[in-house]
Design a binder for this molecule. Structure first.
Ligand SMILES: [Zn+2]
Length: 96
């Protein structure tokens, strides 16, 4: 007898919980799918772009006719040198 009472109660609880989940899951699933679709391509493209930019900046060393300003640390053409200090060259923009 005891099992007969317990069985229907468990079934009712399961049915209620499943119905509650079924009502909630569709909204979460749809929103998650939308977010994933929107983010995945962006991350892939962004990573590729950043890698290219980093390579361009790092690989290019100062050329023979270029110098690194000791004030702004930008690599500029020698024609932009204003004067030389103990630390190195200062560009015209920083000297102005
Ligand atoms: Zn400078």
């Amino acid at each position: 007898m005891a099992t007969d009472y317990d069985a229907p109660r468990k079934t009712d609880d399961d049915t209620e919980s499943i119905q509650a989940l079924q009502e909630r899951v569709p909204d979460k699933m749809s929103s998650q799918v939308d977010v994933d679709d929107a983010d995945n391509p962006g991350y892939e493209l962004g990573g590729a772009d950043l890698a290219d930019v980093d390579l361009d900046v790092v690989v290019l060393p100062p050329q023979a006719d270029e110098f690194t300003c000791v004030s702004c640390f930008l690599v500029k053409h020698r024609s932009q040198v204003d004067h030389e200090t103990k630390l190195g060259y200062v560009c015209k923009e920083c000297a102005a």
